[in-house]
Write a protein that binds this ligand. Structure first.
Ligand SMILES: Cc1ncc(COP(=O)(O)O)c(C=O)c1O
Length: 383
């Protein structure tokens, strides 16, 4: 058996939508992006949504639009994907690593309070693996200290905390639709927020700074007999990037969004199976965090903590089971080494974390197979 770690769950619905894009022959930034933004905004319950070509772009634009003076510090969890931290570096800001909460593996509120200094301007919160960070406590601290909160929702599309959608607790919510995530557009992302003053500028920033969408100018020219000249006119007032989502991505996204609740429910069901089967083993296998099966969370990964991590990786590979490690702490990468500080929980937990296969198309039999191999590994290593 070969069990994939992640897999995009795509099919006829996505193909039908892509066919429509081909038939209209408008593949760039166009009306489907607007339609997907409206659908995402409604689903998440945010005031605004801006479609971009990656979660990384969403994070960068959130930091950029806040326009901090050089040298401002941004608080970032020490154990996350690099994009959570590179957003600050793109803008020449300094990073302060905050240790992870030993339970949730998201940012530790206690260490946040310890590491905060008045020259900190923003805080990136990652809902690690889909398990929500303690947003009530985090927002109370951030608001009391005038910190802007950027939620990195790359792992938790559709998840909630205390009944409120993740991505709407902070000042900005940044989603990733990269192929392995809860839902996908191939690559892609969405930036959500409630502050109207940022809407036009962010739309321009994701489109090289241009203040009008090409497809709307084109439509004006074609459909409006009164517009005979200067339909081509636009202004660039801000430094922008080629970060736009396009209609091909949006076509896939619209189909995926319809399926997202079902895909999240299936992942949750699979996690329930893992927990149940692992709980019956003779050895204790601890999950990476206390999975909440109520449906509040949208989980992206299923992981365990194990002292024999590296040996287990090799064993599972020999049995056709793909695994991963999310993540080696950022300060261990040369790029971030200069920001290293005291993060004892991260140091303690990261050598033990192991990600097991989880995706909406995973079968019950595959989960059983993975757990059987974990049992076999323990049986072999204990003899
Ligand atoms: C926590 C986190 N933030 C941001 C990103 C970046 O998303 P993207 O790959 O869409 O740029 C990822 C992607 O893996 C991620 O895991």
């Amino acid at each position: 058996m070969n069990v994939r770690l992640f897999k995009p769950s795509v099919g006829q619905e996505e193909l039908d939508n892509i066919k429509g894009v081909f038939e209209r022959a408008w593949m760039g930034l166009g009306p489907l992006v607007t339609q997907f933004e409206a659908a995402w905004k409604d689903y998440i319950g945010s005031g605004f949504a801006v479609g971009v070509n990656s979660g990384t772009a969403a994070l960068h634009l959130a930091v950029k639009v806040l326009d901090f003076p050089k040298g401002t510090k941004v608080l970032v969890p020490s154990m996350t994907f690099a994009a959570s931290a590179t957003a600050a570096l793109y803008e020449d800001l300094d990073i302060v690593f905050v240790d992870v909460d030993p339970q949730t593996l998201s940012i530790s509120v206690e260490d946040l309070k310890r590491k905060y200094t008045p020259d900190c301007g923003a805080l990136v919160v990652v809902h690690f693996g889909g398990h929500a960070a303690k947003m009530d406590e985090i927002m109370a601290f951030a608001n009391a200290n005038n910190l802007k909160v950027i939620e990195d929702c790359a792992h938790c599309a559709g998840g909630t905390y205390q009944g409120k959608k993740l991505g709407t607790w902070g000042h900005f919510g940044c989603f990733s639709f990269e192929e392995k995530k809860c839902m996908t557009t191939g690559d892609g992302g969405m930036l959500v927020f409630n502050m109207p003053e940022y809407h036009e500028v962010l739309r321009a920033m994701r489109w090289i700074g241009i203040d009008k969408d090409t497809w709307k100018r084109e439509a004006d020219y074609v459909n409006n007999a009164g517009v005979l000249d200067r339909h081509w006119y636009y202004e660039i007032a801000v430094l922008g990037y080629k970060y736009n989502m396009n209609d091909l991505m949006a076509a896939i996204g619209l189909a995926q969004l319809e399926k997202l609740p079902k895909m999240n429910a299936r992942r949750l069901e699979l996690i329930g199976q893992y927990l149940d089967l692992l709980g019956k083993l003779a050895v204790t296998v601890e999950p990476i965090f206390p999975y909440d099966l109520s449906g509040e969370s949208a989980y992206w990964i299923f992981g365990i903590r194990t002292a024999d991590r590296d040996a287990m990786v090799a064993y599972l590979k020999s049995k056709g089971v793909a695994t991963g490690v999310h993540y080696m702490p950022l300060h261990m990468h040369p790029l971030f080494a200069r920001f290293a500080n005291e993060t004892p929980q991260t140091e303690a937990v990261w050598p033990e974390i192991l990600t097991l296969p989880l995706h909406a198309d995973l079968t019950d039999a595959e989960v059983q197979y993975v757990v059987d191999q974990i049992a076999a590994f323990h049986a072999e290593t204990q003899t």
